[in-house]
Ligand binder design. Structure first.
Ligand SMILES: Nc1ncnc2c1ncn2[C@@H]1O[C@H](COP(=O)(O)OP(=O)(O)O)[C@@H](O)[C@H]1O
Ligand SMILES: [Mg+2]
Length: 247
């Protein structure tokens, strides 16, 4: 299905993007992108390097302000909110290059998300230990961030995101440069969280994982949605094959 035939997402979609545009000088990095994400679904976002995937995520979580279009979370317009307000609205995020605090312990990396919480330290520490346990990092909780491998840093970011219990989690290249056993762990945690009702937008080069996890997929090319649909539609879409293999 091409973008021009894109079906509008229902009004109660957890995420709805309408005509998103982001320019860097003369470069249109995101060019009139529209898509929806149903509550509880995993939306895969694929496309070659430079297609605009990370820029879309940066617009959703407020790091960049869109030059055009609108972003809705549960029907609420979040287009102009700050990253902090967007996190409060229930959208969590991990980064292509993990943004952890290297000189802080793992447990403190999680607790910084809760500095403005009214809950007791004991409750917050118990929660942090629980999420570190979920990503096999509990034994390292007093080690520093810089002691982790790249893959462990990505898992630490996932644990940190879980601390504020977002309904929607944006994952940017979670499997890139991660060894196969940590990848499997990451995939299992995504599946557990989906069973718990979380929704995901998942950017990845790893088509095997995308095809395994996604309910729906959109394909970006030069800032535009060139295809969207279910896994089988995308696998067989000539425009996708052309975009990946034609270059
Ligand atoms: N902060 C920026 N300043 C200038 N150009 C940028 C910036 N961020 C991204 N771009 C450009 O926008 C395009 C899309 O980049 P990006 O969203 O990172 O792609 P992807 O994540 O799909 O690899 C690329 O051409 C990239 O060089
Ligand atoms: Mg990227």
């Amino acid at each position: 299905m091409t973008a021009s035939h894109a079906v509008a997402a229902p009004a109660d979609a957890i995420l709805r993007i309408e005509g998103l545009v982001k320019r860097f000088g003369g470069l249109v990095a995101v060019d009139n992108v529209s898509f929806g994400l149903e509550r509880g679904d995993i939306l895969g976002i694929i496309g070659i390097n430079g297609a605009g995937k990370t820029t879309v995520m940066n617009c959703i979580n407020g790091i960049y302000h869109a030059d055009g279009g609108q972003i809705f979370c549960n029907g609420r317009n979040i287009t102009k909110l700050s990253p902090h307000a967007i996190a409060k609205a229930g959208i969590g995020r991990t980064f292509q290059v993990p943004r952890i605090f290297h000189r802080m312990t793992l447990i403190d990396n999680l607790l910084v998300t809760s500095l403005d919480s009214s809950e007791s330290d004991a409750v917050l520490i118990e929660r942090a230990e629980h999420f570190l346990e979920r990503v096999n990092l509990a034994e390292l909780r007093y080690n520093h961030g810089e002691e982790l491998s790249g893959g462990q840093q990505k898992l630490l970011e996932l644990a940190r995101v879980m601390m504020f219990d977002p309904a929607l989690i944006l994952l940017d290249e979670p499997f890139a440069g991660v060894n196969p056993s940590l990848c499997r762990l990451f995939i299992e945690r995504i599946q557990d969280l989906q069973r718990d009702g979380k929704s995901f937008a998942l950017v990845s080069h790893d088509l095997t994982s995308i095809y395994k996890l996604s309910n729906n997929i959109i394909v970006l090319n030069q800032g535009q949605v060139i295809a969207e649909g279910g896994v089988e539609d995308i696998k067989n879409d000539p425009a996708v094959i052309e975009a990946y293999l034609g270059q």
